[in-house]
Design a protein around this ligand. Structure first.
Ligand code: PMP
Length: 393
């Protein structure tokens, strides 16, 4: 039903790779065009009509993002993506962590929420620790509690793993982390498009997501931080718009969020992201989840009926995405046939090598849904997958 909002589907693509990047509804594309045609200028600098219009739209976009996750607009920093948002926080911690401090991440983290913390620990002399997941894909909370100590300064975790598809008990982990005085960096890059994300309920200190996975443009991301937590961070990049006064002797910095938005920001992309969030809001997560869950159930049922499909984690615990292998056939080989059938899925380690090592595999095939997918897509995918398996038998 919602496919009609996306011009790209006028061609017969079976697009099942929204976890990598989602397609864009026409409304977002129209907004980008009209912004460039009628409202475009740099922001926070000029005082001509266009500069004022562009600044107003850019700041309204910040407010739309804040409302979407129930934050205050001062708590929203625009970045180029989730990866940059996490790097911004980790780069500051690299300067303030000390030997003896610990950072705890889940073994399932996307490299974007894994490597920046690992590197921050290497630079600062702090200890980088991981906690495990259970065979069914859920967090191993016993291991988490064992690894969490009074020395833990940061816990970095995702609400929804981009491989396991399990919605994690974030609130519980945030409470435990706060008890030992640790801050929580929450990666909602995957969950943001599938469920309502509310920073007041989650109570995380920092949060990151990308616009392109929630039907917005690429080149825009969001770092949320509680005001106090943002103020504790050191500037990430230096340049125009993030300063208060600059003298030869000394520079003072602007207040947050401007302090973290050095240089010309991704102006049109922020406006496009706001349009995407309005689009999602208009449909509503109740409807999105109802449709997606129905399509997903058909997918899991179909996969379970195929011999030799081996899931990463329990398929019944997943939301929106599933990763698996077919015993005896390399995922890359299957993908070659799927691609020929016009089916777009993702094959590889999905930027989660430590997780794949945990499950004893090098790669997997991932199918992920967006709000535009329907049961016809699943039928076509299952048919193509059976054909591919038949080919290699
Ligand atoms: N975290 C997770 C869970 C992801 O799935 C991704 C993207 N695959 C990222 C972070 C990084 O997002 P981006 O590449 O848009 O910065």
């Amino acid at each position: 039903m919602l496919k009609k909002d996306f011009k790209i589907f006028e061609k017969d693509y079976v697009y099942l790779d929204s976890a990598a990047s989602a397609q864009k509804p026409q409304k977002v594309l129209d907004k980008l065009l009209s912004f460039y045609q009628s409202d475009y200028a740099n922001v926070h600098r000029g005082s001509c009509e266009l500069a004022l219009k562009a600044t107003k739209l850019y700041e309204e976009a910040r407010q739309t993002v804040a409302d979407f996750i129930r934050a205050d607009s001062k708590e929203i920093v625009f970045t180029k993506g989730a990866t940059e948002a996490i790097n911004l926080v980790a780069a500051s911690y690299a300067q303030t962590l000390k030997k003896g401090d610990e950072v705890l991440v889940c073994i399932a983290e996307h490299h974007a929420n894994f490597v920046p913390w690992q590197q921050a620990c290497i630079l600062s002399g702090a200890t980088f620790k991981t906690f495990n997941v259970l065979d069914d894909g859920r967090w191993d909370l016993n291991d988490f509690e064992k690894q969490l100590t009074k020395r833990t300064k940061v816990v970095a975790v995702a609400q929804l793993s981009n491989v396991l598809g399990v919605v994690n008990p974030v609130e519980k982990v945030v409470k435990l982390a706060h008890k030992v005085g640790a801050k929580v960096m929450l990666d909602v890059a995957q969950s943001i498009a599938h469920m309502s994300v509310d920073v007041k309920t989650l109570d995380c200190d920092y949060m990151a997501f990308s616009g392109h996975k929630i039907y917005g443009p690429n080149g825009i991301g969001v770092l949320y931080g509680k005001c106090k937590a943002l103020n504790e961070l050191k500037p990430y990049q230096f340049g125009g718009d993030m300063v208060d006064t600059v003298r030869v002797e000394k520079t003072t910095f602007a207040d947050v969020p401007a302090r973290f938005e050095a240089g010309t920001p991704p102006i049109a992309n922020a406006v496009g992201l706001a349009e995407a969030l309005k689009y999602v809001n208009k449909i509503g997560f109740a409807k999105i989840q109802k449709e997606e869950n129905g399509v997903f159930a058909t997918l899991i049922k179909g996969l379970k009926q195929i011999k030799n499909v081996e899931f990463l984690g329990n398929p019944d615990l997943k939301t929106g995405l599933v990763a698996f292998n077919v015993k005896g056939i390399h995922a890359d080989d299957l993908n070659l046939i799927l691609a020929k059938e016009n089916v777009c899925v993702r094959v590889g380690h999905h930027c989660a090598m430590p997780l794949h090592a945990r499950f004893g595999v090098k790669a997997s095939l991932r199918v992920s849904l967006g709000l535009y997918n329907d049961s016809k897509d699943i039928e076509k995918f299952l048919k193509a997958l059976k054909k591919a398996i038949g080919f290699f038998k």
